[in-house]
Design a binder for this molecule. Structure first.
Ligand SMILES: [Zn+2]
Length: 192
């Protein structure tokens, strides 16, 4: 049974990730969600590793950041990895209307199953637009991590309404509880 869950709050430090209205930085939102999720998973009996706990990149350079993250996850012997991100739309969406949650995994196997568990709860618990489970073979944290890994785009920081929600503690709690529920059902934890 999976016992060790690595949480990877995307970006940090010199890399703010997407930036929303009022200068809200994706990196900060990602970390707050991860810090909310960690104690929930611990209450469920999981060991939890965070790839970062502060607003910093895993240097010495930005180029090494992703490799440091995947090395941490693999060296620790994680049974699953969840990368936490928020999304942004660009010039193709001048009204910044794009919103909703999407969850990525490599196609097939246990990773895609984990994505489906997590994504289902995310959409049900938050009421956010369902942008689907998507497969991706290029994302570093999906390709280079040994355990099944997913990457969650928790919402669009470029969308005014969704950005406001992401700044609410109660909304981040919903996101965290949904991800925990997905991980628990994927591992069979709820049948114990
Ligand atoms: Zn990101």
């Amino acid at each position: 049974m999976a016992r060790k869950v690595a949480l990877d709050p995307g970006h940090g430090g010199r890399d703010p990730g997407a930036v929303g209205p009022g200068g809200i930085r994706e990196a900060e939102v990602n970390l707050l969600i991860a810090l909310e999720l960690k104690p929930v998973l611990e209450r469920a009996g999981f060991e939890v590793l965070l790839t970062r706990t502060g607003d910093r990149e895993l240097g010495p350079t930005l180029a090494t950041d992703l490799r440091r993250r995947s090395d941490m996850v693999n060296d620790w012997g994680a049974d699953a990895c969840v990368s936490i991100h928020c999304n942004a739309s660009g010039t193709a969406d001048p009204g910044r209307t794009a919103n909703g949650i999407e969850t990525y995994a490599l196609p097939g196997g246990r990773a895609e199953a984990l994505a489906r568990h997590i994504h289902r709860f995310l959409v049900v618990f938050t009421g956010a637009k369902d942008r689907g489970v998507r497969t991706n073979k290029r994302f570093w944290m999906l390709r280079m991590t040994a355990p099944p890994a997913v990457l969650v785009e928790c919402g669009y920081v470029t969308n005014a309404g969704e950005c406001a929600l992401l700044q609410e503690h109660s909304y981040r709690t919903k996101l965290a509880l949904a991800m925990a529920a997905g991980i628990m059902t994927w591992t069979g934890e709820v049948t114990r």
